[in-house]
Design a binder for this molecule. Structure first.
Ligand code: NDP
Ligand code: 2IT
Length: 448
């Protein structure tokens, strides 16, 4: 049995109840085969892959808080500090009822390679809670965030572990968490990213993941001789990543005709009105049916009632920007039958392994999330740099750096894929390019 298969078997046995984590590990280890085989004896002796798949530290804690009726509620908090070989742990905090340790581990594992791909000094980590922010008042959100930080603060720090946003955690939540951290530590430091501009946040961090997704997609298309202008795009999600992906796609001359949330989706034949979408999602925190009610060119579709989703709409480019495993094999078949030319993942692992392979076999350009959505964490690292030097850069300066980082990521993974004989396979390219630096650092740092 090869070393990769040996480790895969061990990881499966040890984490049998965590399918998302196993999915992420399987995809990565599978595509690392050519690199591992080139140096198998050394890697095996050093148990490099076993160490890579075992988090350095996992923290699980009680988060008690009081709701508006005076009732005590209890949630579970997590922080997985996965790998610090190349920098302090870095990764978001997800607040969603589906959160359990397997979700946080898959996200933390992906983050190791994503953060390495950015070329910046950040290790991999992720956190979250099974708390459901939907329908909660501002004060309930604040009390939850304060309680969450009251335990988390002892485990994090500007040079140790720097959390940020993810599903359910945006500027409001980061503000409350930052306030509580500062109070507990009596220290004003860059311990979180995605902060408000008034207290150390970076311009363009809000836009960064969505913008970055389009910068990388555009580079991938250009490399393959395709112009994004005039193309029809389907986006899923209607949160932070989706909104700014739609905005940048429109700036590049494409037409985005869909978006979605967990209850339904929109088809707008005139193209999504971003200002209206922002008003509904960022200000009113309402459902998407409000979008259709305000816009005559838009149709609202109820997901459960119709069993349909955004991938049923014919498009040139598909950008899944909601959540893991939201694009399965049947969706992939529909998209391919409708002539899709490129898929780029704004969310983390939104495409199942089967669907990914189907795209690749059918000649669809496929950019995996750990490369395509790395603009968010890259800009978080730029926020850390600005905090360290106690300066703020202009929007244009951050945006230019972001674009350059995304172009470099694409070039590096394209080159890595070619080097190992997998030209055009950007999944293999991303995993190998992300792995190389982490592996080098882990070997150099000894058995830790
Ligand atoms: P938001 O919370 O802002 O938005 C999430 C969107 O996805 C919402 O429209 C939400 O709908 C939908 N969604 C979430 N969970 C589900 C679910 N289980 N089923 C169906 N729809 C769902 O999160 P972000 O935009 O920040 O994150 C989206 C994705 O991008 C995630 O995979 C995240 O990990 C990834 N990502 C985020 C980065 C960032 O900087 N924020 C950086 C890199 C990746 P509803 O509101 O109805 O729940
Ligand atoms: O998945 C991700 O990369 C994020 N949620 C952003 C992490 C960060 O630290 O900015």
């Amino acid at each position: 049995m090869s070393y990769v298969d040996e480790v895969l078997a061990k990881v499966k046995e040890k984490n049998a109840s965590e399918p998302e984590f196993l999915q992420a590990v399987e995809e990565v280890l599978d595509s690392l085969r050519p690199v591992i085989e080139a140096n198998e004896e050394e890697y095996k002796k050093q148990a490099l892959l076993e160490r890579l798949c075992e988090p350095e530290r996992q923290i699980k804690f009680r988060v008690p808080w009081v709701d508006d009726n005076g009732q005590v509620q209890v949630n579970t908090g997590y922080r997985v500090q996965f790998n610090s070989a190349i920098g302090p742990y870095k990764g978001g905090i997800r607040l969603h009822p589906s959160v359990y340790i397997g979700i946080i581990k898959f996200l933390g594992f992906e983050q190791i390679f994503k953060n390495s791909l950015t070329g910046l000094a950040i290790g991999g980590g992720k956190g979250g809670s099974d708390f459901d922010p939907k329908g909660k008042s501002d004060m309930e959100i604040m009390r939850f965030c304060q309680s969450f930080m009251t335990e988390l603060f002892r485990h994090i720090g500007a040079d140790t572990d720097v959390p940020a946003g993810d599903i359910g955690t945006g500027g409001r939540e980061i503000g409350y968490m930052f306030g509580q951290y500062k109070r507990l530590r009596n220290s004003f430091e860059g311990v979180l990213t995605g902060k408000g501009l008034a207290f150390g946040g970076s311009l363009a961090r809000t836009e960064a993941t969505g913008y970055g997704l389009l910068y990388l997609t555009n580079e991938m298309l250009k490399t393959n001789g395709i112009d994004i202008a005039g193309k029809t795009i389907c986006v899923s999600g209607a949160g932070n990543v989706a909104i700014y992906a739609i905005q940048k796609a429109q700036q590049l001359g494409a037409k985005v005709v869909t978006c979605s949330d967990s209850t339904g989706w929109i088809y707008d034949k005139e193209g999504i009105d971003v200002a209206l979408l922002k008003e509904i999602k960022e200000v009113k925190r309402a459902r998407l049916d409000a979008y259709a009610a305000a816009r005559p060119s838009a149709e609202y579709h109820d997901k459960k009632a119709e069993g349909s989703n955004v991938w049923d709409i014919k498009c040139d480019i598909a950008l899944p920007c909601a959540t893991q495993n939201e694009l399965g094999i049947d969706d992939a078949k529909t998209l391919v039958a409708n002539g899709v030319t490129a898929v780029a993942e704004g969310a983390n692992m939104p495409t199942t392994l089967e669907a990914t392979e189907y795209f690749q076999k059918n000649g669809v350009l496929f950019a995996p999330g750990k490369a395509a959505n790395a603009g968010g964490v890259a800009t978080s690292a730029l926020e850390m740099s600005q905090n360290s030097e106690r300066l703020s850069w202009s929007f244009e300066e951050v945006d230019q750096k972001l674009e350059q980082i995304m172009v470099n990521i694409f070039r590096n993974l394209d080159a890595a894929a070619k080097k190992y004989g997998f030209e055009g396979n950007y999944v293999v390219g991303a995993n190998i390019a992300g792995f190389e630096k982490v592996a080098e650092a882990m070997l150099a740092e000894g058995i830790v």
